[in-house]
Ligand binder design. Structure first.
Ligand code: G6P
Length: 372
């Protein structure tokens, strides 16, 4: 009932608003004396963590995009090659697994059958399994060698929001823990990441406050038939997630692309009035990527695209080429996607609402898919 929604129009709106708290709860207790420490990983034994030479993240849907975002951070901090495989594809490729492989599953519910079967396959092959999960004592964390809970609180809306940002946060903590134990993480990088975590909840609250601007934008775009999303580096999976949200709850055709891939095909889709969300990397922390994405914006604008740019506060480079500019707080590059995705969540919710659809219960979808 309405009471459960805490006064919000939908569970999804409530859960988007809970994101600052969700992140705080994922971090809580995991930064001790200036170090990231996940007790559940410590319990696996230092040797085991030091010996890992390859990580495969298995997940479906939104959780797989959290895995992709996380893969950039884990590689950077722990210097372990990470790949993300959709759970239902994983075992059919006869994956190369050794006792030094770690399989990390990501699942909000911990009950997704495709992901459970991937984890069971990994267990049979004798690899170390770690579950990133939001639901206490669900099947997947119980089956796994270690369970790292996201503590985002129950998520009711079918379209995942707060669980997504909590999953990324947990994967980042995991990457920092591995990097520390393996000696690949510098003290400076660890301190910088911890400083980011400390301010992330309040920055998330600012990102959530983009709602009114996005609601107005969605109002004018209610009859949109197709939307494209561009991102680069860890912003690329955030673009994929923005597109998925729109498909899921607004039933609009949407695609996410890596911005650099534009010239290899997708630019042919651009014609007059085509809306394109662009997640712009920070000009301070990622100047090279920033200038490349600004050129992408110019290229699509010249072909008639309607550009909605998600930029870091203070970035004025895109102003001449964007139809709409949405500003998010300053972070370090890896942390940008956690904030950039929020206006995309709001956009999907507001377009769904504008079309008179049921935001929380989209047609044909289930919160947790317990069949293969
Ligand atoms: C379903 C939901 C998606 C979700 C996916 C994975 O398809 O509709 O929103 O991302 O399952 O769910 P999980 O519980 O494993 O994260």
């Amino acid at each position: 009932g309405a009471a459960d929604k805490g006064g919000w129009s939908s569970f999804m709106a409530k859960e988007i608003n809970e994101q600052p708290e969700a992140i705080e709860n994922t971090i809580r207790g995991r930064i001790v004396d200036g170090h990231v420490e996940i007790p559940e990983l410590t319990a696996l034994g230092e040797d085991r963590l030091q010996n890992v030479d390859r990580i495969i993240i298995v997940a479906c849907g939104t959780a797989s995009y959290a895995g992709l975002v996380g893969s950039y951070a884990i590689e950077q901090w722990a210097r372990i090659p990470v790949e993300v495989q959709l759970s239902h594809e994983f075992r059919y490729r006869d994956p190369v697994l050794t006792e030094r492989t770690m399989v990390i599953s990501v699942s909000q519910s911990g009950e997704t059958m495709d992901t459970l079967m991937a984890v069971k396959y990994a267990i049979e092959r004798g690899v170390t399994t770690v579950s990133v999960c939001n639901t206490q004592s669900a099947t997947i964390p119980r089956e796994s060698d270690a369970a790292v809970y996201t503590h985002a609180g129950p998520e009711v809306a079918v379209a995942s929001t707060k669980a997504f940002v909590a999953q990324i946060t947990a994967l980042y903590l995991l990457g920092l823990h591995l990097g520390r134990v393996r000696g690949t993480l510098s003290a400076a990088d660890e301190a910088a990441a911890i400083a980011q975590f400390e301010t992330l909840p309040e920055k998330m609250a600012e990102a959530v406050a983009t709602h009114d601007q996005i609601a107005e934008l969605a109002h004018w775009m209610a009859d949109t038939r197709s939307v494209l999303f561009l991102g680069r580096h860890a912003g690329y999976p955030a673009a994929l997630e923005g597109a998925l949200k729109l498909k899921e709850i607004a039933y609009i055709h949407a695609e996410g692309f890596a911005a650099g891939e534009l010239k290899h095909g997708p630019i042919a889709l651009i014609d007059h009035g085509q809306p394109v969300f662009v997640l712009v990397p920070s000009p301070r922390t990622s100047p090279l990527m920033h200038s490349k994405v600004v050129s992408n914006i110019q290229e699509i604008r010249a072909r008639g695209a309607r550009v909605i740019a998600i930029v870091e506060k203070g970035d004025t480079a895109v102003l001449p080429f964007a139809d709409e500019v949405v500003r998010i707080p300053l972070t370090d590059a890896l942390f940008d996607p956690i904030l950039q995705v929020v206006p995309l969540q709001w956009f999907a919710l507001e377009l769904s609402t504008a079309k008179g659809l049921d935001v929380d219960q989209p047609r044909n979808l289930a919160k947790s898919v317990t069949v293969e």
